[in-house]
Design a protein around this ligand. Structure first.
Ligand SMILES: Cc1cc2nc3c(=O)[nH]c(=O)nc-3n(C[C@H](O)[C@H](O)[C@H](O)COP(=O)(O)OP(=O)(O)OC[C@H]3O[C@@H](n4cnc5c(N)ncnc54)[C@H](O)[C@@H]3O)c2cc1C
Length: 595
């Protein structure tokens, strides 16, 4: 009988000594890859997940409560480390610790980036990683359902079936309810002459667009990686999952200078007995952008100097592990509005909330059927700033070191140089968004989609059970502050357009007295936060350019080890990240299978 403290779902007695593939992490990417690999009944797949199964709590399943699992036991409850560029502030960065990973916590925005976002990945030395190369995998993930008749009667949503899948495991659809001031936002977008693509899925995901969600259109509940990929694989005899256990080390063997993965070790807590399984083909890391680099480091794969400082014997010197971490940094402009139109604040009224809940329970309609974010803007710099030429000139004259942690090595700097050039060219481009705008009844969240600044993830000790030190890098490069400051100025102009002015907005935050560039910058540095999209910390790319994995997602210098999660994105797309994570993982599964 196997020894382990967690639950081996369904077949505890079946835990094997050896698996062909061991997948670390049962989030968006881990479950996708494990599901696809286990389609072949002749291969054995084990998934090891630190968290447990959720219990279908309302705050997980009900769209109107999306995000409610943040701060619960399903969250790692981690934070980015104190950051001088943010006035020394620590910024919380929730991450899912549950079967389904962050797709159980997230806000259910299901969008893609633009062609130029993915084509840039190929430009960084990754053959086949362009929009055309990922598109079949976006479609493979998805089972798309158009909006309801009721929604179409009110909103001019268009979609192009050529860019959607109809057989994938992930339900995607539009909210059956849209908060009414979204119409003011859409009209203001039109008044400003901002481009509205036919369908954000078509590779032109900039301007303003109607946003689909990972939403089961019949039950009107969250469709997470668990429902999509675990449920459809769980009956397979060759698909095993252990929950409540954290992988603590990737075990390697070095023969004649070749380092090869032979197994993984895991435990339910720092003082629990350590278990191990052998890996005959590959270990596949899908622990997310903060935990995957940490796991490599505590396993002896990383920057030798850092590893020695935490008493880990270096096995493969790969200084780029954990570098290039970046995330969508955000700022906020809060307007109170004064209108008779129904707004989200109505839910603070217990009677209204109870009625809305009843409507959801009985008809799957009304406020609780929308996770919000039904129309989003992703604005190119020339669309939201009159100063794109001077910002471009400033960036062109800038120095790459302003973006990077002081310990970035030569390879990391070289790889980042290429990113810097691509980011700078983008300042003048009209084919991808730099500023996201999320609207909620006067509240305007601004998200910087192509930040210059980079941080890093470092294991704090040799124990996987000590949270990693994650430096977000937020606003390290002042260009990012400038790009957000231009965003605040845009938000102030935008709110004066007739359809938004009709809501009688009054700016509460930062407030009418915050007007000079210096005051705006201070406001931004003092309040900037995250849109929850950490990525890039095990970048795909050539080793000599700071890549941790190659274009086949194999870790440089290690046999039998791949990374398939968001840490491999060389650069964030201008979109939320889940859809891209699924697309990458679907493509990764085919690469691993040699299809
Ligand atoms: C609060 C929040 C809101 C978000 N909103 C949106 C949104 O609206 N739209 C969108 O597109 N994206 C959103 N995202 C991001 C989206 O969820 C991620 O892009 C996606 O889940 C990333 O997939 P992943 O596989 O890389 O990581 P995850 O889905 O986070 O999965 C990683 C898994 O690995 C497990 N793990 C970690 N370490 C170990 C270990 N050592 N051993 C075993 N298991 C381990 C974790 O517990 C977790 O289950 C949001 C994220 C958060 C946190």
């Amino acid at each position: 009988h196997p020894l382990f403290n967690g639950v081996l779902v369904q077949r505890a007695e079946d835990l094997r000594k050896t698996y062909d593939y061991v997948v670390v992490g049962a989030g968006a990417t881990g479950l996708t890859v494990a599901n696809r690999l286990s389609e072949d009944p002749t291969v054995t797949v084990l998934v090891i997940e630190a968290g447990e199964f959720d219990q279908n709590e309302d705050f997980v399943t009900v769209p109107g409560l999306a995000g409610g699992a943040v701060g619960t036991k399903y969250d790692w409850n981690t934070s980015y480390t104190a950051n001088d560029a943010l006035g020394g502030r620590v910024v919380p960065i929730p991450q899912g610790k549950v079967v389904g990973g962050s797709t159980k916590l997230n806000r259910m925005v299901f969008d893609r980036g633009s062609k130029s976002d993915y084509n840039a990945w190929e430009g960084f030395g990754n053959d086949g990683w362009n929009f055309e190369g990922i598109l079949p995998y976006f479609k493979k993930n998805e089972k798309f359902t158009p909006p309801t008749e009721e929604i179409l009667a009110e909103y001019d949503i268009k979609w192009d079936l050529a860019f959607h899948g109809d057989k994938g495991p992930m339900y995607t659809s539009y909210s059956p309810f849209i908060w009414p001031t979204t119409k003011n936002l859409i009209n203001a977008t039109k008044e400003a002459g901002i481009y509205i693509p036919e369908d954000q899925a078509n590779g032109n995901a900039y301007g303003g667009y109607y946003c689909p969600h990972n939403l089961d259109p019949v039950n009107v509940t969250r469709s997470s990686a668990k429902e999509a990929y675990y449920n459809t694989a769980s009956a397979r005899q060759n698909f095993h999952v252990i929950t409540g256990n954290q992988v603590k080390r990737i075990v390697t063997q070095t023969i004649n200078g070749t380092v090869k993965v032979t197994g993984v070790e895991f435990a339910s807590s720092s003082n629990a007995t350590c278990q191990a399984v052998n890996v005959s083909r590959e270990a596949v890391l899908a622990a997310g952008a903060l935990h995957t680099p940490q796991l490599l480091q505590v396993s002896g794969i990383g920057d030798s100097a850092h590893l020695k400082s935490i008493n880990v014997e270096p096995i493969v010197d790969l200084p780029a592990v954990g570098q290039n971490l970046h995330d969508h940094v955000s700022a906020i402009v809060v307007n109170t509005i004064n209108t008779t139109i129904l707004t989200q604040s109505a839910l603070q009224n217990a009677t209204f909330a109870a009625q809305a809940r009843e409507e959801y329970n009985t008809q799957r309609k009304g406020p609780y059927s929308s996770p919000t974010g039904d129309f989003l803007l992703f604005l190119p710099v020339p669309t939201y700033s009159n100063d794109s030429a001077s910002i471009h000139a400033q960036a062109s004259a800038g120095n790459v070191s302003a973006s990077l942690p002081s310990d970035a090595t030569a390879e990391v700097i070289k790889g980042y140089q290429a990113q810097y050039e691509s980011l700078t060219a983008r300042l003048l481009a009209n084919d991808s968004g730099t500023l996201e705008i999320i609207w909620a009844d006067g509240v305007i969240v601004l998200g910087l989609q192509h930040p210059y600044s980079r941080g890093s993830v470092k294991a704090a000790s040799s124990s996987i059970f000590d949270p990693p030190v994650a430096d977000s890098g937020f606003l390290r490069n002042p260009l990012d502050v400038l790009l957000l400051r231009e965003g605040v100025k845009f938000a102030r102009r935008f709110i004066t357009s007739p359809s938004l002015a009709a809501l009688n907005p009054f700016e509460a935050v930062p407030g009418a007295n915050v007007t000079s560039d210096a005051d705006l910058d201070e406001y931004i540095r003092g309040s900037a936060s995250t849109l929850y999209h950490p990525a890039g910390s095990c970048k795909m790319g050539p080793k000599e350019e700071g890549g941790v994995v190659d274009g086949e997602l194999k870790v440089h210098g290690v046999q039998g080890l791949r990374i398939v999660d968001q840490s491999v994105f060389p650069q964030l797309p201008a979109s939320h990240t889940m859809t891209t994570a699924y697309g990458v993982a679907e493509k990764a599964a085919d690469i691993i299978r040699g299809v």
